[in-house]
Design a protein around this ligand. Structure first.
Ligand code: SF4
Length: 316
């Protein structure tokens, strides 16, 4: 019997330790009384029928991780343990406050909005360089017999930019076509006539705007200008932009868009959204020649041009 009592005391101590780990400070389990009868033992306190020897004070230490507390303790076949409330019952009783779980605050990830031109040294946004030359100066420098790139071999004539020197709106295309090569003026063929309608649709006239191309000589079979051809001719256009200083540049078609903005992103992705070129708003949209081949794209071009019109109107 003494051996059984020793086992019970050991199991009870283990259970008390376990309950302390759970944060239990009081126990209100309605346990049946267990009478220990031993003719040899003298019960000092008659009211105490179940004498529990002193349990050493437990110093607060790091709780040991119990992988499965129920399995480590309750697998015992002890009749005492079987009478103790189950762990789920302990948690459900109000007298046994559930240990407070530490709250883990997760900081919301707020994107930091910063201007792409904002730096420790302030705003370093690029603007158009000042220019002290004229459009005539550039035209004279190019000359009528420019041979800076291979496009000179098949062209009829150099097709220079035209338009108002102080235009708020500039159109930039890729290169002259057959009609332009013959007449010496950009956008005068069927695509040019459609461009005139686009300009008029936003309440302006061709004379109000400035029109040019990245390359001034017609490529054979209207092929795209090669990078080596672009690099020789584009600087003249950029110098013209610095002179005219438009408020908006509409780039017509993929080639003009990628060459001006120096990007590989296609016109389909860029169109409809203002881009930036040295502080000048750039609206990529479809080339009028493309609209002639696919009139269904006119609606998107019209949307782009309405944005251009609204922006220009907002400046007045
Ligand atoms: S495309 Fe431009 S750089 Fe090339 S030959 Fe013509 S004007 Fe000169």
């Amino acid at each position: 019997m003494n051996e059984d009592l020793s086992i019970l005391i050991s199991e009870l101590r283990e259970q008390v330790l376990y309950l302390q780990e759970l944060g239990v400070t009081s126990l209100n389990a309605d346990l049946p009384e267990i009478k220990v009868q031993s003719p040899k033992s003298k019960i000092q306190n008659p009211k105490s029928e179940f004498v529990v020897p002193d349990i050493p004070i437990i110093q607060k230490t790091e709780p040991q991780k119990v992988e499965n507390p129920q399995s480590s303790i309750r697998n015992s076949n002890s009749p005492l343990l079987s009478r103790l409330p189950k762990l789920s019952e302990v948690s459900a009783q109000k007298d046994f406050p559930t240990p407070i779980q530490p709250r883990v605050e997760v900081m919301p990830k707020k994107p930091v909005e910063i201007s792409p031109t904002e730096t420790l040294f302030g705003d370093i946004s690029q603007t158009l360089p000042e220019s002290n030359e004229t459009l005539a100066d550039i035209k004279a420098e190019i000359g009528p017999d420019c041979t800076r790139c291979t496009l000179c071999e098949k062209r009829t004539q150099v097709v220079n930019s035209v338009g108002k020197p102080t235009a708020k709106l500039m159109f930039i295309g890729e290169a002259p076509g057959a009609d332009e090569d013959a007449k010496g003026e950009p956008f005068v063929g069927r695509a040019g006539q459609l461009l005139n309608k686009i300009i008029e649709a936003i309440g302006m006239k061709r004379e109000d705007v400035f029109i040019g191309n990245v390359n001034r000589c017609r490529p054979p079979q209207n092929r795209q200008p090669l990078p080596d051809e672009v690099v020789h001719c584009k600087p003249f256009l950029l110098r013209e932009i610095a002179i005219v200083r438009p408020k908006v540049i509409v780039v017509l078609g993929n080639t003009a868009c990628q060459n001006l903005l120096d990007t590989k992103v296609g016109i389909t992705k860029l169109r409809g959204n203002f881009q930036d070129y040295f502080g000048v708003k750039v609206m990529p949209t479809f080339h009028p020649a493309y609209l002639l081949r696919d009139p269904s794209k006119k609606r998107e071009t019209w949307e782009d041009m309405k944005n251009v019109r609204d922006y220009l109107n907002s400046l007045e």
